[in-house]
Design a protein around this ligand. Structure first.
Ligand SMILES: [Zn+2]
Ligand SMILES: [Zn+2]
Length: 109
């Protein structure tokens, strides 16, 4: 199994535990799973439905004003706007928080 890290853009092999976790996420058709990148050691948001080509900064069709802003919760991560089929949400790759509506996200600022 190969996964591309949306942070450092390197492709890495998840360990057994992560692979199990991703297989489960794929089965559940999750749009987001946080795993630790073996290259940059960051917890990164992976799209289990598209492990290789998913890059939050490049692949998305829509852009959003909150995309790329600092996370209001941990202040260290960067928010990514994820637009995946019917699901749209904002997520932080550092703390793993996700917001499913803009109102919820705006409340944090
Ligand atoms: Zn990485
Ligand atoms: Zn955060």
């Amino acid at each position: 199994m190969n996964v591309r890290c949306p942070n450092c853009k390197k492709v890495f092999n998840p360990n057994n535990e992560q692979e199990k976790f991703l297989m489960y996420a794929i089965e559940k058709k999750q749009a987001l799973a946080m795993i630790e990148c073996a290259e940059c050691y960051k917890d990164v948001p992976i799209n289990p439905m598209n492990l290789m080509s998913f890059e939050p900064k490049k692949d998305k069709v829509l852009t959003d004003e909150y995309d790329g802003k600092s996370c209001p919760v941990c202040k260290e991560g960067i928010l990514s706007f994820i637009d995946h089929e019917k699901e749209k949400f904002w997520g932080c790759g550092e703390c793993g928080n996700v917001w499913f509506s803009k109102q919820d996200l705006e409340k944090e600022f």
